[in-house]
Design a protein around this ligand. Structure first.
Ligand SMILES: NC(=O)c1ccc[n+]([C@@H]2O[C@H](COP(=O)([O-])OP(=O)(O)OC[C@H]3O[C@@H](n4cnc5c(N)ncnc54)[C@H](O)[C@@H]3O)[C@@H](O)[C@H]2O)c1
Ligand SMILES: NC(=O)c1ccc[n+]([C@@H]2O[C@H](COP(=O)([O-])OP(=O)(O)OC[C@H]3O[C@@H](n4cnc5c(N)ncnc54)[C@H](O)[C@@H]3O)[C@@H](O)[C@H]2O)c1
Lengths: 201, 201
């Protein structure tokens, strides 16, 4: 089992390599990566060596080859459809951002509990009512979801998603979600990010 | 020097302990913490032992005592004023969320480059023009900032913040910011979060 903290760094490496590719950079050293990402180069080499021997002596890593390898490791070589529940301030901003990113993780369904939101269009997606959630998740074999509803509604939304077959949830509501074995929850919280940053002041 | 990955877990422990305190829980074991946070209990014990001996044999950790200690370690025992630049979809959602959290990390100033945004009120804060940013940061001795402007504007906003004395930046724009030694940038990206989650599917 690979430590979670290593897995969390892989998309950061991937994003960086994709930025280099947009500047037509062919190779990059772990030193350069470490400097740009504010990470320890030895840590980067150690992380990547878990997955294979990608480095070329004296040249560093081949950028596009390593990016492909990381995409495969993360399972991003095929589209990962996602539903988002709670199309408020935050949900709308995340949906818009997702549209412009070229990632395999694609929001394909928007759901909300408020009648006034139903039918609103965000890019090519229309907000659907919660009654349609379970059928939509099952019919489209959705395994991942984003929760951006208020804290009080989050657990019941989570339960509905899990019952429909979702296995991975990115939760923005400030509550600890209870899920059965086999379902993974990742919490994202700007307050936690700011507090970690505060340590370095 | 304590590894960054340990520092990033401390606010997660703190948030969890605060949730326990709201349920009047006095003590908690590392087993229970590990189960609730989906973390390895041995890792939790190792992280906390870096900062002192908080555990009580057979009882676990005293919740409020440990929460106080973690707040002090992170420097949250005093208010940390923050400016946010770019009061669009995402910026507005973060500002609203920050208002409702009881954290020491407090957004005290909002800035935006679009004339139509100036004067908009978010809670008790009014959006100010970019011309006022440097004076505001200097006069209020602000050391931390959030960037939620479009990618094309992010580096120039970052430069202005650094010139005014900001030392820690939470960046949401999808670009790698260049900063001098002594300034810390933390990037937050929902795509990176989703891609890390994809690994577990
Ligand atoms: N983690 C972070 O960094 C962060 C940042 C901002 C906001 N938040 C949190 O994200 C959530 C959303 O914030 P926001 O500012 O977008 O709020 P919002 O009120 O603008 O949006 C919430 C949306 O959820 C919908 N909703 C409410 N109950 C529902 C239910 N039972 N089923 C389906 N939909 C339901 C509402 O109709 C609304 O559209 C809140 O929990 C907030 O605390 C977290
Ligand atoms: N990291 C993430 O997970 C994530 C999620 C959503 C959006 N984003 C990013 O966050 C940023 C904001 O997204 P949004 O949906 O809120 O966009 P938005 O267009 O709604 O808001 C951007 C705001 O920045 C202001 N602005 C533009 N140029 C400026 C400048 N030079 N100086 C000061 N203010 C300026 C605009 O007036 C606007 O109010 C974008 O870069 C977007 O890509 C990131």
């Amino acid at each position: 089992r690979i430590p979670d903290v290593v897995i969390r760094r892989l998309p950061v490496y991937l994003r960086y390599l994709q930025q280099l590719m947009s500047y037509d950079v062919d190779t990059v050293s772990s030193q350069q990566m470490g400097h740009d990402l504010n990470l320890n180069p030895a840590q980067i080499r150690k992380d990547l060596s878990i997955f294979g021997d990608f480095g070329v002596k004296g040249m560093g890593y081949r950028v596009s080859e390593l990016a492909d390898k990381l995409s495969k490791i993360l399972g991003l070589d095929k589209e990962i459809p996602i539903v988002l529940v709670g199309v408020g301030n935050l949900g709308a901003a995340l949906c818009r951002y997702n549209r412009y990113q070229k990632s395999a993780t694609k929001i394909v369904g928007l759901f909300d509990g408020h009648p006034a939101k139903i039918g609103q269009v965000h890019g090519s997606l229309e907000v659907r009512p919660m009654e349609e959630l379970v059928d939509f998740v099952r019919q489209n074999n959705i395994k991942m979801a984003i929760i951006t509803v208020p804290a009080a509604a989050a657990q019941s939304v989570c339960d509905a998603l899990v019952a429909a077959g979702v296995k991975a949830i990115l939760n923005f509501a400030p509550v600890l979600l209870n899920v059965p074995e086999g379902v993974r929850v990742q919490n994202s919280d700007v307050t936690v990010e700011l507090q970690a940053l505060a340590y370095y002041l």
